[in-house]
Design a protein around this ligand. Structure first.
Ligand code: HEM
Length: 381
């Protein structure tokens, strides 16, 4: 196959991953590791339980990490990759800087526990470990326990630029929220259910300070905020507050994953604009009202929504692998590079020699992509 055809093949693959991320779910299934690592779910659960005993922050930190992973390049643990000398990774994009370290630590500890078992070593992806850990922290904080689908591979790249425009902002209105979740194959109902993850965890003051100080000319305080709650927020977040100060999302049951989130919205106690709008916009209000009074209905909707979220843009086959270190893209062995260079030289690509050299010097991300490209070409000829 010539380069043009292989380019078309790569482009169609990219198109299918980008445009129809939710169709990529066919390969996920429960008990995916039954043959290679039958105890994987118990191993992960024990590691997560131990981590929660150290700090409850594990719960919100892990849930949010999974969300930010899935919405950027799919659920492929690309958010966990550390930046390198030549590459700024997803985790260093401004929208990800407030991800709490305990989420990353949960995955790293669970991965170490899995890999301590000889038959499981290097068989379970970091992306699946994050999906399992998320299920576990939700169940261990009073939320639903659901069967988690597995079979995701880890992504081969992670760039800060890929985060642009992919994550919702605290100031979003309903149309903006629906547009972003819709682009990931999620409905308004899914979006409302998933927003209830704000039943646990914290927000830094800067994410909502506009609502309590300079909302509009007539109303310095957002009129959709409960007045007493707004006054409490002003006390906790004075105008020149330390930027590290954070406030709990749920003032009533901060450490329980429950439908009190929706009851708070009914009382004007949604912390972010994007939370409160779910109650103030008539198009989403009835769902909030229903789930505020019906915990089982909310929990069932949440399980459906997070299962759908876990299918976004999954990597299978050649577009993923199993990372040994969840925070590092695999290094390419020198011998692989030499073989790849030799191949490139032979195959009418002489003119690209200098480009190849510069690719190799531009870090593991680029080199890995390039190596995959070469592999694909070699198998096609
Ligand atoms: C609907 C649109 C959403 C917006 C605008 C939004 C925005 C935010 C913001 C601004 C914070 C506070 C970050 C900080 O200051 O540290 C936050 C925290 C959090 N978000 Fe969201 N989020 C949304 C949806 C979700 C979803 C779908 C999930 C998970 C399913 C989620 C899970 C969390 C959790 C658990 C925290 C607390 C993190 C912690 O305490 O470490 N969020 N979110």
């Amino acid at each position: 196959m010539d380069r043009f055809n292989s380019l078309i093949a790569v482009l169609s693959l990219l198109l299918s991953v980008c445009v129809f991320p939710f169709f990529a779910s066919a390969q996920l299934r429960q008990n995916y590791y039954a043959n290679v690592c039958p105890n994987v779910e118990t191993i992960v659960r024990n590691a997560v339980a131990q981590k929660i005993q150290q700090t409850f922050v594990t719960v919100p930190a892990t849930i949010r990490l999974f969300f930010h992973d899935c919405f950027v390049q799919g659920c492929d643990a690309s958010v966990i990759i550390a930046s390198s000398g030549t590459n700024t990774a997803e985790k260093d994009h401004p929208d990800n800087l407030s991800l709490a370290g305990d989420g990353f630590d949960t995955v790293i500890k669970a991965k170490a526990a899995v890999d301590a078992n000889p038959s499981c070593r290097n068989k379970v992806s970091c992306a699946d470990i994050l999906a399992m850990a998320t299920r576990d922290v939700i169940a261990m904080s009073g939320g639903p326990s659901y069967a988690v689908e597995l079979g995701r591979l880890d992504g081969l790249s992670s760039t800060a630029s890929s985060v642009n425009g992919k994550l919702p902002q605290a100031t979003f209105n309903l149309d903006q929220l629906n547009a972003l979740f819709g682009a990931n194959g999620l409905t308004q109902t899914d979006m409302i259910a998933l927003s209830a993850a704000h039943t646990v965890g914290f927000s830094h003051c800067d994410k909502f300070s506009n609502r309590i100080y300079n909302f509009s000319r007539q109303n310095p305080v957002d009129p959709t905020l409960n007045r007493d709650y707004a006054a409490q927020l002003q006390t906790m977040c004075p105008t020149n507050v330390d930027p590290r100060t954070a406030v709990g999302f749920d003032p009533n049951t901060p450490n329980t994953f429950d439908n009190v989130y929706f009851q708070n919205l009914q009382q004007g106690k949604g912390l972010l604009t994007s939370d409160q709008v779910l109650f103030t916009d008539p198009r989403s209000k009835s769902t909030v009202d229903t789930w505020a009074g019906n915990s089982p209905a909310f929990l069932a909707a949440f399980v459906r929504a997070i299962t759908k979220m876990g299918r976004i843009g999954i990597k299978t086959g050649g577009n993923g692998n199993i990372r040994q270190d969840c925070g590092l893209l695999p290094d390419i062995r020198k011998s692989d590079l030499e073989t790849a260079i030799a191949y490139q030289m032979q195959s009418a690509n002489f003119g690209r020699k200098s480009e190849i050299k510069s690719d190799l010097s531009s870090g593991p991300n680029k080199a890995y992509e390039w190596q995959e490209d070469v592999k694909q070409n070699s198998s096609m000829t």
